[in-house]
Design a protein around this ligand. Structure first.
Ligand code: UGA
Length: 432
């Protein structure tokens, strides 16, 4: 079976390389020429643990090839995974123009039966639109199926998640499509849920919306903990023991970011709206998330009185650890606010500084986590990278001008700072 993967972002590239690892002959295509050039030379365009090694391994084995011409990719493939971007329009609706464009090109290059698999996150009924588009633009006897096979991988653990998924969702309309997808995933040990395509599409959006809701819920409760002297970490543990609630995604912090949750919550809300349904719950989820930035800034200002000409050190710029991705990262909003307040910013991130420099050229960047602390009035932690989880109190005292830490990711125990004359402000806990 030859598999074409169109769109080589986080999801597309991980899918392509994982399918190659499973033993299929994979053809990858992306319209970004620079990215294609890198991939052809065995260079991974994104930072994702294990992906660069797998790229080299699969190229050497000959299981993956990168093809510039999309039409050729389609013609030589039996199965085509659509993994192009579905960004948000101004009004919150998802922009599906890339999916439509790929569907048209598929239509023009159908040279026998093909299974078209929609992997990008899309609104319910998009597969129907893909089907209609292919029928419209191809000759009468076009022979194909469209399936929905949503992806649940997380950035930072993309490969692990792909090979160890909680479930595989297969949305199909024909026995043939079902058999092909079951064959593709036969070596992966996970529950396989066979549903219709509309159901599969909703499963994906509902999953991400639920995760975002969980995060906003715990953040809402963390505000109450701060007001009352309770401890959000213990509250999360206490409710998380209940198997109906579950322990994951209950870390209070500076809010969710990234390419997926913010975009998907908006898209799902929009879908509810166009069907005249009350999805306002999701509006609140987003509102609570946005207010995380205000809460963090309030804390910082309360500690420093005003921020003008104060040096603020930042640890962590990526939207989560183990990735260089800064899309919709809380750090972007915080840095903008700090610039407005005329603070002096000195930032460090193990992997995301190059991406951050593309947006903010005029802030300082440090070589390591301690360099940025020199003469800083406060340290603000925005990503829970492992290397931030150990802290040398004496070095902090030697370097910082005033000993204030605002921790947007709740990574330290209060005990570490007790008796040290360091003011530590975490989320949903009171340490001083
Ligand atoms: C998310 C989903 O978790 C994946 O299942 C899904 O496949 C993916 O979107 C997608 O649709 O492509 P991802 O965006 O990589 O994955 O990252 P998450 O691990 O979900 O984290 C999202 C944000 O929530 C991060 O900013 C993280 O810091 C924040 N978060 C997460 C919290 O603030 N608290 C938590 O308890 C968990």
């Amino acid at each position: 079976m030859k598999i074409g993967v169109i769109g080589l972002g986080y999801v597309g590239l991980t899918t392509a390389l994982s399918l190659a690892k499973l033993g299929f002959k994979v053809y990858g295509n992306d319209k970004d020429k620079e990215k294609m050039e890198k991939l052809k030379n065995g260079i991974c365009p994104i930072y994702e643990p294990g992906l660069d090694e797998l790229l080299v391994e699969m190229k050497e084995k000959g299981n993956i090839e990168f093809i510039d011409n999309i039409s050729e990719t389609i013609r030589i493939s039996d199965v085509i995974f659509i993994c192009v971007g579905t960004p948000t329009n101004e009004d919150g609706s998802p922009d599906l123009s890339q999916v439509e464009e790929v569907s048209r090109i598929i239509a023009e290059n159908l040279n026998g039966y093909k299974l078209i698999v929609e992997k990008s996150t899309v609104p319910v009924q998009t597969a129907q639109w893909i089907k209609r588009t292919i029928k419209l633009y191809s000759h009468e006897n076009a022979h194909f199926d469209v399936a929905s096979n949503p992806e649940f991988l997380r950035e930072g653990s993309a490969l692990y998640d792909t090979f160890n998924p909680d479930r595989i969702v297969i949305g199909v309309e024909s026995e043939r499509a079902k058999e092909i997808l079951l064959k593709i995933y036969e070596k992966i040990n996970a529950p396989k849920l066979i549903v219709d395509v509309n159901t599969a599409e909703i499963i994906k959006h509902a999953s991400n919306a639920f995760l975002a809701m969980k995060i906003s819920f715990i953040n809402m409760v963390s505000d109450l903990c701060e007001k009352t002297g309770a401890d959000i970490k213990k509250v999360a543990e206490g409710i998380g023991y209940d198997r109906r609630i579950g322990r994951e995604f209950l870390s209070a912090g500076v809010g969710y970011g990234g390419y997926c949750l913010p975009k998907d919550i908006r898209a799902f809300y929009y879908i509810g709206k166009i069907h005249n349904l009350d999805f306002s719950l999701l509006e609140l989820v987003e509102r609570i998330n946005n207010s995380r930035i205000d809460r963090l800034m309030e804390k910082l200002k309360k500690a420093l009185w005003h921020l003008k000409n104060k040096k603020i050190a930042i640890w962590g710029l990526s939207f989560k650890p183990n990735t260089d991705d800064i899309r919709e990262a809380p750090s972007i909003k915080i840095v903008k606010r700090l610039i407005n307040e005329e603070a002096i910013i000195s930032a460090y991130d193990p992997k995301a500084m190059e991406n951050f420099k593309k947006i903010f050229q005029n802030i300082q960047y440090g070589k390591d986590k301690y360099e940025v602390l020199k003469d800083a009035h406060a340290l603000v932690i925005l990503t829970e990278w492992d290397e931030f989880k150990s802290i040398d109190i004496q070095t902090i005292k030697k370097l910082m001008r005033t000993y204030i830490i605002v921790d947007g990711r709740n990574i330290f125990d209060c005990e570490i700072f007790r008796g040290q004359n360091i003011e530590y402000y975490p989320i949903g806990r009171t340490c001083i």
